[in-house]
Design a binder for this molecule. Structure first.
Ligand SMILES: Cc1cc2nc3c(=O)[nH]c(=O)nc-3n(C[C@H](O)[C@H](O)[C@H](O)COP(=O)(O)OP(=O)(O)OC[C@H]3O[C@@H](n4cnc5c(N)ncnc54)[C@H](O)[C@@H]3O)c2cc1C
Length: 503
């Protein structure tokens, strides 16, 4: 008999992606270890925009309310032209209401806070991140995988059923698995970024010098962390220059030259090099990749962390189900569903970056605001409209209902006719189960034990799901529509779930 507490999954990398996956697995009772080679947790901010779909994932994982406490209030961004004149003041990251989406805009919370609330959640499931553990290699066989991890003064072989590399763009897991990272490096596009203290600059707005040589120079106050976030283009020729406050001050002086503004006390500083790369497969046997380890792209639209969190959320329930005895082929649907998303994100961030860069300051302001208001010509950065239509896990029974299998299941209020209570559909979805929504009076089909069945009445729910007479919608544990139709028979749900059956 297998030990229920044994490590089933080892996760390499405790960034936002590894932590999301660890939380999702741990809440399903999967024995998980998560290691990171860093000696201490990140204190600085990289990603700030937690987009709409990611907020929904975080609500399901139980961290959204906590994260909100660390979010900056929506503020004004001030755009300047090349001569330093103000051309626009815009409020960004806010978005008009979207039916069925409780969080259409972005939550502006520093990545260090996102990671901290996920770690807290993970701790509530009894799992702690193991710092100072560097993954160096693995071997796998028919039963499992053994990860070699070097801790200070000792080496450990961690045995698990699966290994997931969430170890960022330079992923050792990816390299050791022999998975290619195909694409290009834009050698001439580099930027200095980090967090520091700024004196002498109006801290009631974010400042963006959007026109000028090399791209955007920005400084945004972050009252919740008591520092400023900055980005500055580095000269296209060069490399190896010192990463320092003085280097940033020099670029600022040359580019902006505002007297009386000074910089000090960096929280962290780094150089970002634009790479557009992705893997040609997400899995090698018992080893899988997620997040930056699988795809990197330009920052325009802030998609990196958000895309990686969605990878983890797509993978979590599948991995847990396979560990409970479902066929391994379920794991193939992870790549099937997420690889096209990565490709789409690479294409659209490149196009968006060029679109922004080709404009004057006033146009950049309008285009950036448009992007975050859902009017981007390339894609929807909120992630709300991403879908898995055409996936082998999406089955449309007929056209008798408006929603499509593979789409994100929208939120709505309605009445659960079984209890007579007013319900919010996202509350019904929350957790680790499948949810079967029935609309109308047709008899319920046979459903499995991990399917929660609710018969829903009410105009809003009918409208959001495009119900005419009646309808059936089976919602996956990650909130996407598995099966949909206006009519069904007794076996419709059981037949769908049979190939995913657990032991
Ligand atoms: C300036 C900037 C702004 C950004 N803004 C946004 C934004 O607004 N929105 C957005 O969505 N994204 C944004 N991003 C991108 C985002 O930061 C990344 O996509 C995100 O951090 C990826 O998360 P991850 O967990 O995949 O990898 P990472 O955050 O890179 O985490 C990987 C972890 O793995 C660990 N690790 C690496 N190798 C090993 C090893 N061999 N053994 C053990 N541990 C290891 C590392 O220590 C690290 O903790 C931004 C990035 C930058 C640079």
């Amino acid at each position: 008999m297998e030990d229920a507490t044994a490590t089933k999954v080892v996760i390499v990398g405790a960034g936002p992606v590894g932590l999301t996956l660890a939380c999702d697995l741990a809440r399903r009772g999967v024995g998980v270890r998560i290691i990171d080679r860093a000696e201490q947790f990140q204190v600085g901010t990289r990603a700030r925009g937690v987009r709409g779909r990611t907020q929904e994932v975080f609500e399901d994982l139980g961290v959204l309310d906590e994260l909100r406490k660390h979010a900056e209030a929506p503020g004004t961004s001030r755009f300047y032209d090349e001569d330093g004149n103000v051309v626009r003041d815009v409020v960004m990251y806010d978005a008009p209401p979207v039916p069925g989406a409780p969080y259409p805009g972005s939550l502006m919370a520093g990545q260090q806070f996102t990671e901290a609330v996920l770690r807290e959640r993970l701790a509530s499931h009894g799992v702690a991140v193991e710092l100072g553990g560097e993954f160096t290699g693995f071997r796998q066989d028919g039963d499992g995988v053994t990860a070699d991890v070097r801790f200070a003064g000792r080496r450990e072989e961690i045995r698990a059923r699966y290994l997931v590399g969430c170890d960022g763009a330079g992923s050792t897991v990816r390299k050791q698995a022999g998975i290619s990272f195909l694409g290009e490096t834009w050698e001439r596009q580099r930027m200095l970024f980090g967090n520091l203290t700024v004196d002498g600059l109006d801290d009631s707005v974010a400042h963006l010098w959007a026109a000028g040589p090399g791209g955007m120079l920005s400084l945004a106050p972050m009252p919740k962390s008591g520092t400023w976030f900055f980005t500055a283009p580095l000269p296209s020729e060069g490399g190896g220059e010192p990463v320092s406050v003085e280097a940033f001050a020099g670029i600022f002086a040359e580019r902006v030259g505002l007297p009386g503004v000074s910089f000090r006390d960096p929280v962290y500083l780094s150089v970002y090099q634009v790479n557009i790369r992705m893997v040609d497969r997400y899995r090698s046997g018992r080893v899988l990749l997620a997040g930056d380890a699988a795809h990197v792209h330009p920052p325009a639209g802030g998609q990196g962390m958000n895309t990686g969190v969605q990878d983890a959320y797509n993978l979590g329930w599948k991995l847990a189900r396979v560990l409970r005895g479902a066929p391994e082929s379920l794991l193939d649907t992870y790549e099937e569903e997420r690889m096209p998303v990565a490709r789409h994100v690479l294409d659209t961030t490149v196009a968006r970056g060029r679109h922004w860069a080709a404009a004057g300051a006033a146009q950049v302001a309008d285009r950036m605001r448009g992007t975050f208001e859902g009017k981007d010509p390339f894609s929807d950065v909120s992630g709300l409209s991403l879908h898995y239509r055409g996936s082998s896990l999406a089955r449309q029974l007929d056209d008798g209902i408006g929603v499509r299998a593979g789409d994100r299941a929208p939120d709505a209020h309605g009445t659960d006719t079984g209890t007579g209570e007013r319900v919010r559909l996202f509350d019904l979805f929350r957790g680790t189960h499948f949810t079967l929504l029935l609309f109308g009076s047709r008899p319920a089909p046979v459903a499995g034990e991990d399917v929660r069945v609710h018969r829903i009445a009410g105009d809003e729910a009918f409208e959001r799901y495009g119900v005419k007479d009646g309808g059936l919608v089976l919602v996956r544990p990650d909130g996407y529509i598995a099966l949909a139709g206006g009519a069904w028979d007794d076996r419709s749900v059981a037949d769908y779930l049979a190939p995913l059956a657990v032991e």
